[in-house]
Design a protein around this ligand. Structure first.
Ligand code: 5GP
Ligand code: ZN
Length: 124
């Protein structure tokens, strides 16, 4: 399924150019347009799913293929031994801006803390 208003669906369809680094039947991996690490890639399923919070049993195979592609892309950039981070934002407080499931693959330098380090007065 393609959402005609979705940025990453347009990239998957080839309507918006992207720097593709790996493609399989079900997954596309391309460079993030505003990298936050020396290597910053995005792995997306070709099928439109709004976020990783909205996967169902029918998506289990696709999720496996997505993680496999993310790991393969990290390996292609020499990150296998150095280490890398895979992250997927869900919703506002996580900073999700594109509502098509994507895994961020980041590496190539020490990445630092995963999230806010000042937790004082931030009880949920
Ligand atoms: P989010 O904030 O939703 O977790 O991540 C969205 C990511 O998509 C951001 O890191 C942003 O830089 C990237 N991005 C936004 N627009 C484009 C685009 O047109 N092309 C590419 N390659 N990446 C994009
Ligand atoms: Zn989409």
């Amino acid at each position: 399924m393609i959402d005609p208003d979705c940025l990453f669906c347009k990239i998957v369809a080839g309507d918006i150019p992207a720097d593709t680094v790996l493609e399989t039947d079900d997954v596309l991996v391309f460079r993030d347009i505003a990298p936050q690490a020396p290597v910053h890639l995005l792995a997306v399923p070709k099928r439109h799913i709004p976020s990783i919070a909205e996967v169902g049993p029918e998506d289990h195979g696709l999720l496996g293929a997505l993680v496999q592609a993310a790991n393969d892309a990290a390996g292609a950039f020499g990150l296998e031994d150095r280490g890398y981070r895979i992250a997927s934002n869900v919703g506002d407080e996580a900073g999700q801006t594109v509502f098509h499931l994507h895994l961020h693959i980041m590496g190539g330098a020490p990445l630092g803390a995963l999230a806010v380090t000042d937790l004082q007065d931030r009880t949920p």
